[in-house]
Design a protein around this ligand. Structure first.
Ligand code: NAD
Length: 479
């Protein structure tokens, strides 16, 4: 399958004819190629976006909304095809792609198609000065959206939908590791009647295609989701050009479990929050802290449940853990398991590669639970981003709060307790952009989404995203 760039509503080969192999994680085989676009392709996309901008920015909200909702409906109508493509490209179980990734991509378009019609601006009467101020929310122009491989279409559309809803034209780059569903999205946009040049999708490596987007002087805002080191690089490149930046970066999220929680609910959700999508979700609770009183019980029950998870081919409907996204990522995760052993942590279950008959070269790893004695060890501090969690007991609220906050990241935190005072007090003090209490990854698209510290700057979601993708201009009229 040859993937092409989607520029000005048409599919193009890369100008310099450079291509990258696309691997299927389930069997380790190359099954297609994608462009490694460079700045000439980005310039072509920029010209298409720039040309489309005056018309698109003046298109009525009703019309923009209608097109976004049409894209959403077409994604829903193509659920099976998109879910199969996502699963094959990424290694995630087809059941997950079908229940979560593709429906959420459709929801992103529907949500922002509706939200833009409700996005009101402010006005302020300057009493005593005989003046009135009103704020215009104007689209920025041509904006860049760069996304990672873990939730490919889900996160790609989480940026594109608000950007175009707000009247911008977009140059978007999906991860080179998982380009397939972004490629298929181009056809859907054409079918939905999205005008040419409003969305342009360029494929390629971060260091070539991504770099050309972030370094382009006239791309005035970058919405990025990916690793913290890449985020820091983008911030450096963008700063002298005063680009607007939204950076959604890595995480090492605490999952804090008190003895007074609803135990069974906590246990099932903790298995999910640890290993969903092979643990490759920035929100996974990879550091589990358990109150002393229930530590031994939790350890036994959790390990039993984790051992029962089925590692299998992503296309099989009873697979719980599919393939990791790439060989390089598999090696990185295995290195961390080796580091844990060097640090004298105890691997309670998992830790080994899994060979699946017929797919011997696929990137499969057992879900792994590591008991650590010291919260400052590397596996407890560094983002592993795979099916690996640590567990550790705690005695007091103060002690667990200190450990939870003692990492460079601050994306999300999960708290299991039925004590109201503790809920309020800990939620206030946890250094995270999102705190879930007695649940995990329950998402309401109106809420602000993002992290603090090395997990990023800016917020996505709801009107926060529409604020990011617009410039506020105050007009003051004296009467
Ligand atoms: P990555 O940073 O390697 O790549 C992300 C994207 O950036 C890719 O499209 C890549 O090609 C591009 N890129 C790489 N170098 C670039 C450069 N110099 N200039 C411009 N673009 C460049 O991240 P990844 O490995 O694809 O994704 C995993 C990371 O993403 C993890 O750290 C994870 O926590 C994070 N993540 C964060 C969130 C969040 O919402 N905070 C969500 C999902 C994933």
């Amino acid at each position: 399958m040859t993937i092409k760039n989607y520029i000005n509503g048409e599919f193009h080969n890369p100008i310099k004819n450079n291509w990258i192999d696309n691997y299927c994680p389930a069997n380790g085989e190359v099954y297609g190629q994608l462009p490694n676009s460079d700045k000439t392709d980005v310039e072509k996309a920029y010209n298409a976006a720039k040309t489309a901008f005056p018309m698109w920015s003046q298109t009525s909200l009703e019309e923009r909304s209608r097109i976004l909702i049409k894209i959403s409906e077409l994604l829903e109508a193509n659920l099976q095809r998109f879910a199969e493509a996502e699963s094959k490209d990424n290694g995630k179980p087809i059941s997950l792609a079908k229940a979560v990734d593709i429906p959420r991509a459709a929801s992103n378009f529907r949500f922002f198609g509706n939200a833009i019609t409700q996005f009101a601006s402010e006005s302020h009467e300057s009493i005593g000065l005989k003046a009135i101020n009103y704020t215009l929310r104007q689209p920025i122009g041509v904006v860049g959206c760069i996304s990672p491989w873990n939730l490919p279409l889900y996160l790609f559309t989480w940026k594109i939908a608000p950007a175009i809803a707000a009247g911008n034209c977009v140059i978007a780059k999906p991860s080179e590791v998982t380009p397939m569903t972004a490629y298929l999205l181009g056809e859907i946009c054409n079918e939905a009647g999205l005008p040419k040049g409003v969305l342009n999708i360029v494929h390629g490596l971060g260091t070539t295609t991504g770099q050309a987007i972030i370094a382009h002087e006239d791309i005035k805002a970058i919405s990025f989701t990916g690793g913290t080191a890449t985020g820091a690089h983008i911030a450096k490149v963008a700063a002298p050009m005063f680009k607007k930046l939204s950076l959604e970066l890595g995480g090492k999220n605490p999952n804090i479990i008190f003895a007074d929680c609803d135990y069974e609910d906590m246990l099932d959700t903790t298995v999910r929050s640890s290993f969903a999508n092979q643990g490759q979700i920035c929100l996974c609770g990879s550091r589990i802290f358990i109150e002393d009183a229930i530590y031994d019980r939790f350890k036994k029950d959790f390990v039993t449940k984790v051992k029962a998870l089925k590692v299998g081919h992503p296309s099989e409907h009873d697979t719980n853990i599919g393939a990791l996204v790439s060989k390089a990522h598999l090696e990185k995760v295995k290195d961390y398991i080796a580091i844990a052993k060097e640090e004298h942590a105890m691997v309670l279950c998992g830790g080994n590669e899994v060979t699946i008959k017929g797919y011997e070269n696929g990137y499969y790893l057992e879900p792994t639970v590591i008991e650590v004695k010291n919260d400052e060890c590397r596996v407890n501090q560094e983002e592993i981003f795979g099916p690996v969690v640590t567990i550790m007991p705690f005695k007091t609220e103060e002690a667990v709060l200190e450990m939870a906050n003692k990492v460079k990241y601050g994306l999300s935190a999960t708290l299991w307790t039925n004590d109201l005072k503790r809920t309020m007090s800990m939620s206030n003090q946890l250094q995270a952009g999102i705190v879930w209490v007695n649940t995990w990854m329950l998402r309401d698209l109106r809420t602000p989404f993002g992290g603090v510290k090395a997990s990023g700057i800016g917020r996505e979601g709801g009107f926060e995203a529409l604020r990011f993708f617009t410039e506020a201009k105050n007009v003051c009229i004296k009467y």
